[in-house]
Write a protein that binds this ligand. Structure first.
Ligand SMILES: [Zn+2]
Length: 366
């Protein structure tokens, strides 16, 4: 039993849409092997060479990691860099490779931790997506509507909740008179043309607008594309990085840390703040969250659970009176892998085998 690689990609992007990735990020299918069918999937946090070696050894067809293998554009692929060696290994052994990074942070990483801690009334810590929406209406000659629809809907338009390709089309007659310098796709210079056209309408989040308009122009046959763009008052999707919520009962920082250590399976934990401080409102940002200390404080958090914290991050937290817990970058993100594994198992029951890489934090305490 097996499934097409593209089915796995589609399932992952249904869970963590690519449009939720930060602009600086690089996510999605980064290496495509010639093998179309997938029987075995490996999940890991980081595509280290040790993880790649395990994927080869276990003969997986698809490797899914949180941190991207190809992050900054690769200038060369050779065996002098880890990324080059890894790309070569994956291609040689016909393993497709996929990264779900900040798009997964937005929908699952912090929510999973929040659930484990039983946070109530959870909402995003930072709203980073879809400040506003636009309505795009474009006039397309009959016969080109599918091409234009596909172009705009694969570049970020037409998403409503769990649906993509949401458009409305109505038929009508467009008129235009090509002037002297024009090179019209239909009609002749200086003659009024009547063309059968569709008005194709859809919704576009502001952050995708440039891409959508570029792809629309590329797919449209007319020299001058007629389109309207209206700002909308629709409520934006409330997606963002990090979460904030409330514990059902107040705990001291010490009690809360005991709980966190157990959940993250840590023997010890770094923190700053008074051990007796009362904790109810909790902000969570798996991975590197030092830059969210101010925001967590502004939103009334008693504590921020994150990773990768420095001495001066502690100084800032202390100045603000915010307790901060360094649950480690590794543990606060590795936590999501079983949930991701369960999702894929449910989607492709008995058709694929899911395995997890044997992976440890790069950092140790002695
Ligand atoms: Zn990370």
């Amino acid at each position: 039993m097996s499934v097409f690689c593209q089915q796995i990609v589609a399932a992952l992007e249904e869970l963590a849409p690519l449009r939720y990735a930060e602009e600086w990020d690089n996510v999605g299918l980064q290496i495509e092997s010639d093998r179309q069918m997938v029987e075995k999937i490996m999940l890991a946090l980081t595509p280290s060479e040790k993880v790649i070696a395990q994927a080869v050894e276990k003969k997986v067809d698809f490797l899914l990691t949180h941190h991207p293998l190809i992050f900054k554009p690769l200038k060369t692929i050779n065996s002098r860099t880890a990324a080059g060696r890894s790309a070569r290994q994956l291609l040689t052994h016909q393993i497709s490779y996929y990264a779900a990074h900040t798009n997964l942070d937005t929908v699952l990483v912090n929510q999973t931790l929040a659930e484990a801690i039983s946070l109530q009334s959870v909402k995003p810590l930072s709203f980073s997506h879809a400040d506003c929406y636009y309505k795009l209406a474009v006039y397309v000659p009959v016969g080109y509507e599918e091409k234009v629809r596909e172009a705009i809907c694969t570049s970020g338009a037409g998403f409503i909740g769990k649906y993509s390709h949401c458009t409305f089309q109505s038929a009508g007659t467009g008129t235009f008179l090509p002037l002297a310098e024009a090179k019209p796709f239909l009609g002749e210079v200086n003659r009024l043309e009547r063309a059968q056209e569709y008005r194709l309408e859809t919704i576009v989040p502001s952050e995708n607008l440039t891409d959508v308009l570029t792809q629309m122009h590329a797919a449209h046959p007319y020299e001058e594309v007629a389109y309207d763009l209206y700002p909308l008052k629709n409520q934006p999707e409330r997606a963002g990085i990090g979460v904030i919520g409330d514990l059902s009962e107040k705990l001291t920082l010490t009690e809360f840390m005991q709980q966190v250590k157990k959940i993250l399976q840590l023997d010890s934990i770094r923190y700053c703040g008074e051990r007796q401080k009362i904790i109810q409102r909790v902000a969570i940002l798996g991975g590197s969250g030092a830059s969210y200390i101010n925001l967590a404080h502004e939103q009334g958090a008693d504590v921020l659970l994150t990773g990768d914290l420095s001495y001066h991050d502690g100084q800032l937290a202390e100045e603000l009176g915010l307790a901060v817990i360094d649950g480690t970058h590794f543990a606060t993100e590795h936590f999501v892998l079983p949930v991701l594994g369960d999702y894929l198992t449910q989607r492709f029951q008995h058709k694929v085998t899911i395995i997890f890489a044997d992976e440890k934090d790069f950092w140790h305490a002695e």
